[in-house]
Design a protein. Sequence first.
Length: 144
Amino acid sequence: MTHLAELKETLRKKGFRITKPRLAVIDVLRKAEKPLSPYDIQKRLNSDFKINTVTIYRILNLFGKIGLVHRTHTKEGYVCCDSNKPGCHFLAICKKCGRKKEFTIKECAILSLIPKDLPFKNIEHISEIAGICLSCSKSKNTYT
């Protein structure tokens, strides 16, 4: 199943409509190599298809709640969730160019640190790690 088909299926299962703006936002994020702000997303949308920034924020908020995107802190933006696998999701983000790579760990040690009597269930987390990607590490000025 393609990523777009998975997106549509997830929206249907959760009871949400499949709209042109939602598809446009996820398409921009799927093609991006690094986190994008709502303003970056708006700039990358097709010139004949405009979505206002408030709508983009609402779409990103919805997608975040249902696990289709992650908000990043290292590079202040949003990325498409690359993995629908269960487990703990981690984002590795290059401090220099902003490229991202997501990976999932099925058995995560972090979850074992959570107290058993914590009054929450279905606990999930996303973690970010930052470093210098292989491409940037080959260039000069690695630490800028």
